[in-house]
Design a protein around this ligand. Structure first.
Ligand code: UDP
Ligand code: MG
Length: 323
């Protein structure tokens, strides 16, 4: 039978953590009773450099409750890194890991469905919010525009999926091959490949404490997401440059006409043509230089070029790798 670990990044969550621990323990116990997971399953709480009593609560829960594991990071490294720390720690010791936020805004009742999908053969199961009526209008609007921009830029993301997902241990091992610093997990996971599936739930309100994603963090997170997956903004600059060169060619005719018809002040025609033409050429050149920088940027991520699904041979297990 399979070992399930639930990974929970926690940053200043003292108000909510005791309740989260008891709810998740309940989920684990129910799944063990139903023989879907084994008794080695548990919950890994990752303390992301909290300034309140989060770690004391985790340590206390660990000493009382055999399902609770704790990981204390030396400082605050942000949600994505804290989550990755937990997942990397578990990649060799569990069969599947589910990541969920400490505030349990995501429905713990669908964890069982996630496990079922894993048993049916899915390596990644995305938790997808089927309705966001509990979120504020602002959060809903910004989040949805973000998903649209991402897909417009050609980045594969799962619409309305945040970081509530199940990953099999082989998917976790594949994830650990991504060495990039700017971590945007919900963009990386779909690029891994493997069988994936979705479960749907409606997102709840935060029970206590406040969102750890104020507007500033949200914007920088979204910007991180866009810039770590797409160099299309650079291409847009080149395109704009070309467009301006083209427009300047058209205005060239107008300027020449004005000149010959005598409507133009001396010096105006040459000045206008130079401004537009040179502006366009410069923008285009910046775009071209940008393309190289973009390529260098993508290379510097050293992402794995492929992930192996299956290898039919007569000896040992395949190794994922760059070459
Ligand atoms: N979190 C974290 N480090 C941070 C910020 C947040 O580990 O620097 C955790 C937080 O404890 C929670 C999760 O990330 O478990 C999501 O945060 P939150 O619920 O505040 O985000 P929201 O639901 O408002 O997007
Ligand atoms: Mg939340």
């Amino acid at each position: 039978m399979n070992t399930l670990m639930i990974v929970v990044p926690c940053y200043n969550e003292e108000e909510i953590l005791p309740d989260t621990v008891s709810q998740l323990t309940g989920v684990i116990k129910r799944l063990i009773d139903k023989d879907k997971i084994n008794k080695k399953s548990g919950i890994l709480l990752v303390n992301d450099g909290s300034r309140d009593h989060t770690w004391e609560i985790i340590a206390g829960a660990h000493s009382r409750n055999k399902f609770i594991y704790g990981l204390n990071l030396a400082g605050n490294v942000g949600h994505q890194n804290a989550l990755l720390a937990g997942l990397n720690m578990l990649k060799d010791s569990c069969d599947m890991a589910i990541s969920i936020d400490a505030d349990l805004q995501d429905d713990v009742d669908v964890i069982e469905q996630m496990v079922d999908k894993y048993i049916e053969g899915a390596d990644v199961v995305y938790g997808v919010r089927s309705d966001r009526t509990e979120d504020s209008f602002f959060k809903r609007f910004t989040a949805q525009s973000f998903y649209r921009v991402m897909s417009g830029l050609g980045v594969k993301t799962v619409y309305n999926h945040a970081d509530f997902r199940l990953m099999s241990s082989r998917a976790l091992k594949a994830l650990s091959l991504y060495k990039e610093q700017n971590l945007f997990l919900r963009g990386i996971v779909p690029t891994i490949g493997y069988n994936s599936d979705c479960v749907y739930y409606s997102r709840k309100k935060r029970m206590a404490g406040e969102s750890k994603y104020p507007l500033k963090k949200m914007v920088s997170f979204a910007w991180d997401g866009i810039t770590s997956f797409s160099i299309r903004p650079i291409t847009m600059i080149s395109m704009l440059g070309l467009l301006i060169v083209f427009c300047s060619a058209i205005s060239f005719i107008y300027i020449l006409l004005s000149y010959f018809l005598g409507h133009a002040e001396p010096g105006w025609s040459s000045l206008m043509i130079s401004i537009w033409f040179l502006g366009g050429v410069q923008l285009f050149s910046i775009g071209v230089v940008g393309q190289y920088i973009g390529k260098t940027y993508m290379e510097s991520k050293e992402r794995p070029r492929y992930i192996i699904e299956e290898f039919l041979n007569h000896e040992e297990e395949p190794q994922n790798g760059e070459d």
